[in-house]
Design a protein around this ligand. Structure first.
Ligand SMILES: Cc1cc2nc3c(=O)[nH]c(=O)nc-3n(C[C@H](O)[C@H](O)[C@H](O)COP(=O)(O)OP(=O)(O)OC[C@H]3O[C@@H](n4cnc5c(N)ncnc54)[C@H](O)[C@@H]3O)c2cc1C
Length: 814
């Protein structure tokens, strides 16, 4: 063991790529000096050294864009700070459209950029050619110019971060492989290395494509898998150093200047997973064998786009591995099941551009004990454990790589690693024409094709092929009755003498009423931000059922577990797989259910918010009178093995009641009309119930008081600088998705958090926060004239603080 090798440190960072060095650098900036970074071989020797180094200013969400902008600022100043050159330059980028659909997508993206404060200018083909003289624009419709994008030298930038980290006190050890992570009582307390053990408070897994393996050392699922990733570099062709990066996504390629040559990289639609059975031990600055057949289609298209390539030789054919994740977004944050074990890995070929911001955000998360802002899009808690399986990953990542440049269609579904997690009703729904989508690894019916129609998506930014079927499903829920399969809900049972106190402290609403009562509530953090949005049902004196969405199941379970006080008499059980859930919704729901159960479903016997044990077709069912679509309805919690029987009984009883099976797209459209928020879009850990217009759901005077109460009381007196508002376009034609900018009296005031077409209202409906530093009151909202911008065109919109559909909630109580 080297004499200076530590036996303890406050934090150990595993991996000396750009991400590990950035985390170490930022930890020292926050005053943590006892930082040790361990690299199995040499700094940058994993994926970082061979990256192309493209750095973009805009990503798909506002907070990821914040990270990217931070990265640009950091890379621009690192050389001055550390004396180590980075090669960073802001030469801008242009993205080409060679068909109308791509142009629509790019214009929507440029519109979104405006809302995020990013310069993105639509330009003509002629202007694109002026900026990029080698370009063949014969088939180019238009382009977007991003003047603030740039490129950097990945190795030099990493070395600058490492130098900065050392200047801040961090110690970096190369040729030191971590061979184990020590976990005690659910907390990471040290690492084992080839040089000896190091005890520590925090372990950070920045091991790139080794991230899954290193996660495994701590028993943490880190779903990522390496794929081969290709580029070529031409012979010198006099390319000027200030040439912008150019992307032609329809040919799956990017082009950048590289010391007078052109580097052309590929995001082909079907990628090649690499080292599925393990990465070779001696991997260090390793190149993978070239595969010309695989790259050839990219090259042929490149010669069309840049004709001069036809007469220039290829100097370098490069193939290197990079890690990809099941949803093409990186993995950041503290592991749900091991405290003090943090992850920043799986960068899906944007690790250079994300490295600066991700390092900053994770360092703040480690030091502050919570995400510094809403990072849900990349939070590792969104992943389901089964998604780390080799079988699942090796199929999924072959698709993930290409999706970076594929059309970002609304409602686009993954095609690989499907049919993995199925509701007991799956086969039945399929027989009835269900078209499935995937959410949190679950297959869910999104819409139903009528007889003779293939249940397959035909994507477009305009009305997609299922639009009309979804309209009919919505109409059934509003006018007759619809059945939804809501089995993917996560369900937790909280039991014990201290269960009521625990849930009362977590929940903003009063959840400890009489047995048989279900309550909709939020769980808040100490700042009043909404950590979770769920229902709590009292099944018995000390037995509660917590129901939350599939996507946030791991997160909410972790939140629940971590708040159980030591020595509390509480048991927690995740019973998600034990129950299927059928939602029976609509004015005829009572009539339908009455045909299959002897239970009294009248308002007097079964009011809104009640939960009763009833029987349906020999099955014992917990029926809860709740609705996420805003209609009279029941959610039926059925032991899984009885689910098909209950479904068949309902279908058999439907005569004359106008029953339709309805999917998740209809549910989303209906909830938006009714003004029901969606956690992860309309509400999240940076939004409080006051800002979200849900203050009425807070039980201010209950005991014990709920977490976040103090912060909310302060906000109540001080006022808010943003307010969630419901919008409906005046024009029934345009479609909204999310992130479209909101204009108030002609000035940018925010962007949409979620949107869909409201078939009952006959127009697009949406939510979005209206922001104003000086304060947002109801009067301020109501006094404004609003427009929503879609693909660079503004459309007048009606704004409302009360639901646009059934504002008095007469339907659900009917
Ligand atoms: C061809 C290609 C082009 C690319 N182009 C771009 C681009 O233009 N822009 C962009 O943003 N991104 C690009 N990328 C992606 C980018 O390179 C990666 O996302 C980024 O380098 C990932 O950095 P990292 O630090 O997570 O991983 P790595 O650089 O792989 O670092 C992880 C480190 O952990 C070490 N390690 C692993 N296990 C252990 C252990 N047990 N103990 C100690 N150390 C360990 C490894 O040796 C490795 O050095 C490209 C990738 C490729 C392959």
């Amino acid at each position: 063991m080297a004499s200076d090798f530590p036996t303890s440190a406050r934090v150990v960072v595993i991996g000396g790529g750009i991400v590990g060095c950035s985390v170490a650098y930022h930890l020292t900036k926050l005053g943590w000096r006892d930082v040790v970074l361990l690299e199995r071989k040499k700094l940058t020797s994993g994926t970082t050294w061979h990256a192309a180094g493209l750095v973009r200013a805009m990503l798909h969400t506002v907070n990821l864009t914040k990270l990217a902008q931070y990265t640009i600022g950091l890379y621009g100043s690192l050389e001055k700070e550390t004396g180590q050159a980075t090669g960073f330059k802001q030469n801008g980028s242009i993205s080409l459209a060679v068909n109308e659909e791509r142009w629509d997508e790019l214009l929507r993206g440029a519109t979104m950029a405006g809302a995020f404060g990013i310069a993105a200018e639509p330009i003509t083909a002629k202007r694109a050619q002026e900026l990029w003289p080698l370009l063949n624009v014969s088939d180019v419709i238009g382009a977007i110019h991003f003047p603030n994008d740039g490129q950097t030298n990945p190795s030099d930038t990493t070395m600058a971060l490492a130098k900065g980290a050392r200047m801040g006190g961090a110690r970096i050890f190369e040729d030191t492989k971590v061979t184990g992570v020590t976990v005690k009582n659910g907390r990471a307390v040290g690492v084992e290395t080839e040089q000896g053990a190091i005890a520590c408070e925090v372990v950070v897994n920045c091991a790139g494509m080794w991230g899954r393996e290193v996660g495994g050392m701590a028993g943490v699922a880190v779903p990522l898998q390496a794929c081969e990733h290709f580029y070529i570099v031409t012979e010198p062709m006099g390319v000027p150093a200030n040439l912008p990066v150019m992307r032609n996504m329809d040919s799956c390629a990017y082009y950048k200047e590289d010391a007078g040559k052109l580097l052309i990289g590929a995001f082909e639609s079907t990628a090649k997973p690499w080292a599925v059975d393990g990465i070779p031990e001696d991997f260090c600055f390793t190149e993978l064998p070239e595969d010309f057949d695989h790259f050839e289609p990219i090259l042929s298209a490149a010669i069309h786009r840049v004709p001069k390539l036809g007469s220039v030789g290829i100097r370098k054919f490069f193939n290197g591995p990079e890690s990809f994740t099941p949803d093409q977004r990186f993995l950041l944050g503290e592991a749900p099941n091991v405290r003090g074990f943090f992850v920043a890995a799986g960068f899906n070929s944007i690790g250079i551009q994300s490295g600066g911001g991700a390092g900053m955000a994770l360092a703040e998360w480690i030091v502050g004990g919570a995400p510094p802002f809403d990072l849900w899009d990349v939070d590792i808690r969104r992943m389901m454990p089964h998604q780390a399986s080799k079988h699942y990953l090796s199929r999924r990542v072959s698709e993930a790589l290409g999706l970076l440049y594929a059309m970002h269609w609304p409602y686009r579904q993954f095609e690989t690693a499907r049919d993995v997690r199925l509701s007991p009703l799956h086969a039945r729904l399929k027989e009835h024409g269900a078209c499935f989508g995937e959410a949190a690894g679950w297959e869910r019916a999104n819409w139903y094709a009528p007889k003779g129609v293939e249940p397959v998506y035909k994507y477009s930014f305009k009305r997609q092929n299922w639009f009309q079927y979804c309209a009919e499903e919505c109409r059934a829920a509003r006018e007759t009755v619809a059945i939804f399969d809501q089995t993917s809900f996560a369900k937790f049972v909280v039991t014990g003498p201290d269960a009521a106190d625990l849930l009362q402290r977590l929940s903003a609403n009063d959840v400890v009423g009489p047995v048989g009562r279900a309550v909709y509530t939020q769980w808040l953090n100490h700042k009043g931000g909404i950590e979770a949005d769920l229902t709590v049902t009292r099944l018995a004196d000390d037995v509660f059922l917590v129901v939350t969405s599939a996507a946030s199941s791991v997160r909410d379970w972790t939140h629940l577990q971590r708040h159980v006080p030591e020595h509390a008499r509480v048991d927690l059980a995740d019973v998600t797989s034990a129950y299927a859930v059928i939602g029976v919704m609509g004015p005829n729901s009572r009539a339908l259910l009455s045909r299959v159960t002897p239970a009294d479903l009248s308002n007097a016997a079964f009011p809104f918010g009640a939960c009763r044990g009833i029987e349906i077709a020999s099955a014992p069912v917990h029926a809860i009178r709740m609705s996420y679509v805003g209609e009279l309805g029941w959610e039926l919690y059925i032991p899984s093995e009885f689910a098909v029987g209950v479904f068949e009984a309902l279908m058999a009883a439907r005569e004359g009641l106008g029953l339709r099976l309805a999917g998740m797209h209809a549910m989303d459209a209906l909830r938006l009309e009714k003004g029901y928020r969606h956690w992860g879009h309309d509400i999240g850990d940076e939004d409080t119930p006051i800002e979200a217009g849900m203050g009425f759901l807070c039980a201010w005077n209950k005991s014990p008081a709920f977490i976040g109460r103090e912060a909310l009381l302060k906000q109540k007196t001080q006022g808010v600088a943003k307010r969630l508002v419901q919008f409906a376009l005046e024009d029934p034609e345009p479609l909204l998705y999310h992130n479209e900018p909101i204009y108030r009296d002609g000035a940018l005031a925010g962007y949409l958090s979620s949107a869909n077409y409201g078939h009952t209202l006959g127009r697009a409906v949406a939510f979005g926060y209206v922001r104003n530093e000086a304060g947002v009151t109801a009067d301020y909202v109501n006094a404004g004239k609003y427009e929503i911008e879609v693909a660079k065109r503004r459309y007048p919109a009606r704004a409302s603080l009360t639901p646009l559909y059934d504002p008095k909630s007469e339907k659900i109580k009917g």
